[in-house]
Design a protein around this ligand. Structure first.
Ligand code: ATP
Ligand code: MG
Length: 139
């Protein structure tokens, strides 16, 4: 995956509350092209694989349970400077710290149920994209 791509998931809280369309609209209006999209549900085990980097953290088990508690929408997005620009659009991990107008400020419930994921590097964007999609370079 080229460095102008990032990966995102609309998390179970936001998806379950029917905010997926509004969030996707914000993403497109911010200039991102949707390269691939899929609604699916993760098992706790698969959520644990996705967030394996956090396996030593005290919130890991809760995070796996939360991320497998309902449907999510996974997407690969394309834009110049995609990873950094997308992190800016979603805002801080804790919605209490997120800037006005960011997706998490508008839709996150808590530091855990924070509406949306965004890759933190080009390398992780590629790894996370292939966790859900294959052959995306053709899209
Ligand atoms: P994401 O990787 O989902 O985009 P992030 O990069 O902003 O989020 P990370 O530090 O990677 O934040 O944490 C991954 C996820 O774990 C968070 O988005 C949140 O759902 C959960 N999380 C992070 N910190 C805490 C915490 N202190 N308590 C509970 N849950 C947390
Ligand atoms: Mg992260």
């Amino acid at each position: 995956m080229a460095s102008n791509r990032t990966f995102t998931m609309v998390k179970p809280d936001a998806f379950g509350e029917g905010n997926c369309g509004a969030i996707t609209k914000m993403i497109e209006e911010a200039g991102f092209r949707i390269v691939a999209a899929k609604v699916t549900k993760l098992s706790a085990e698969r959520a644990g694989q996705f967030y394996e980097v956090h396996k030593e953290r005290p919130f890991y088990n809760d995070l796996c349970n939360y991320m497998s508690s309902g449907a999510i929408m996974a997407m690969i997005l394309e834009k110049d400077n995609a990873v950094a620009d997308f992190r800016k659009l979603i805002g801080a991990t804790n919605p209490a710290d997120a800037e006005e107008g960011t997706i998490r400020k508008l839709y996150a419930k808590s530091i855990e149920a924070n509406a949306i994921h965004g890759s933190d590097s080009d390398e992780n964007a590629a790894i996370e994209g292939s966790f859900f999609f294959s052959k995306t370079e053709e899209f």
